[in-house]
Design a binder for this molecule. Structure first.
Ligand code: GLY
Length: 418
């Protein structure tokens, strides 16, 4: 990180600069006026900002939920558009309802979460996508953890059974896209899949069968080998020969190009590798998460809202993806818990503060989402600075990780390796 860039890494509110994440900067900083349990960014003002954002999210979801007719996939001129079957995002609306339930204690949210999650049932046996973790973890695993009702647990395990069918043992990877009998994309691996592995860890714990976690670990080790570049950035895609398992090289679909760094993909990687460390105790996964995190922190613009691709030609003055910020903040909070390095928590708090101050839909009575300024697929010219359901979900998860960590632990299991 060059010094001028480092000096620019300030909070949206103009607080202290963020330095590189070193042992020294990770040391506890007991500064007057700061929360004792938190880092340098954890002031009372920050916590009030995050509480106000959570209050806003709860009020918005309460107002909008009665007219939600399916699984929100993104907004068109501020109104949700829907998928009936859930697309890859169907876990996030029930997940958001679970988070609003935990924060508010209002049983109406709980009932809506159950109703929405049930509509994902047909996807348990879907073998055409890797997205089963996105679909079933924040919805059904959380439902099981919060209700104890066994239908959710068995359904999530069934979804894990579908996911492991996509494992290619020759290359040691879970195929991302396409039906099993479709040769197109058969060797295509994407960084996003790191987020689907926790469903497999869950299935191994619940069944006592190590096969699920073994596949998750094999995939994560492959991803660890091929995705991170020496500077800690990642491409969106890596292709293999599906027949021999031989690596072919990086590519992209949602990033700028094969040598760029799509910010949401980088955030999936930070969060996913940290989770795999927590589920396995393999410190190599934690080290990889750190490399990805350090790159993304350095690439953040002073406003702490990620550009859609850290290496697109127009960055740092390019369109934003607030969803990348929300996901990255959750990953950094987890990485702080996994490493003890306070600077990760500080940056996470600054990102969440920036999202709360500059990305909420507050000024629009028309808006149905909580978070604005997200970008779905810039190269596809599809959804530029719109709202996306995963931004709402991860913003709430991130804020609750700060304000209500025990509740988030109940919902998604934040346990550290023993
Ligand atoms: N997992 C797809 C995306 O992040 O857009």
């Amino acid at each position: 990180m060059n010094v001028s860039r480092r000096a620019l890494l300030v909070t949206a509110a103009g607080a202290a600069a963020v330095g590189p994440v070193t042992e020294a900067s990770a040391a506890p900083a007991a500064e007057a006026g700061r929360a004792e349990t938190g880092g340098r960014a954890e002031t009372g003002a920050t916590l009030r900002t995050l509480s106000a954002a959570a209050d806003y999210a709860v009020a918005k979801v309460r107002a909008v939920a009665p007219r939600v007719t399916g699984f929100p996939v993104g907004t068109r001129f501020e109104k949700w558009t829907y998928s009936r079957g859930g697309d890859w995002v169907g876990g996030f609306w029930p997940g958001t309802l679970w988070m609003t339930y935990l924060y508010s204690g209002d049983d109406t949210f709980r009932a809506r979460a159950v109703e929405s999650a049930r509509n994902l049932a047909p996807r348990q046996t879907d073998t055409t996508t890797h997205d089963l973790g996105f679909l079933f973890y924040p919805s059904w695993v959380t439902a099981w953890r919060l209700t104890g009702d066994d239908e959710w647990r068995t359904g999530a395990i069934r979804a894990a059974d579908s996911l492991i069918r996509r494992y290619n043992p020759r290359g040691g990877f879970i195929r991302a896209w396409g039906a099993l009998n479709d040769t197109a994309n058969a060797g295509r691996v994407i960084i996003d899949t790191m987020m689907n592995l926790d469903l497999l860890a869950f299935a191994s714990r619940q069944t006592g069968d190590p096969a699920y976690l073994d596949i998750a670990v094999a995939h994560a080790k492959t991803a660890q080998r091929v995705f991170p570049r020496p500077d800690g950035s990642t491409p969106h895609v890596f292709d293999f020969d599906p027949d021999t398992g031989a690596p072919l090289g990086p590519a992209t679909v949602q990033g700028y190009d094969a040598s760029s760094c799509w910010s949401r993909g980088q955030a999936w990687g930070i969060y996913g590798f940290t989770t795999m460390y927590r589920r396995t105790g393999d410190t190599g996964f934690r080290d990889t998460a750190r490399r990805l995190a350090d790159y993304a922190i350095e690439a953040l613009t002073p406003d702490h809202v990620p550009v859609w691709d850290y290496r697109a030609p127009q960055q740092p003055y390019d369109v934003k993806d607030a969803s990348a910020g929300a996901i990255m903040a959750c990953g950094l909070l987890d990485l702080h818990a996994a490493t003890g390095r306070r600077a990760y928590r500080d940056v996470a708090l600054r990102i969440l503060t920036a999202l709360a101050e500059t990305c909420l839909t507050r000024n629009s009575a028309r808006a149905e989402a909580v978070v604005a300024r997200c970008t779905r697929n810039r190269p596809g010219e599809d959804g530029i600075e719109i709202s996306l359901p995963y931004a709402d979900y991860y913003l709430l998860e991130g804020i609750l990780r700060v304000l209500r960590p025990a509740d988030v632990d109940r919902a998604i299991d934040l346990s550290q390796p023993s």
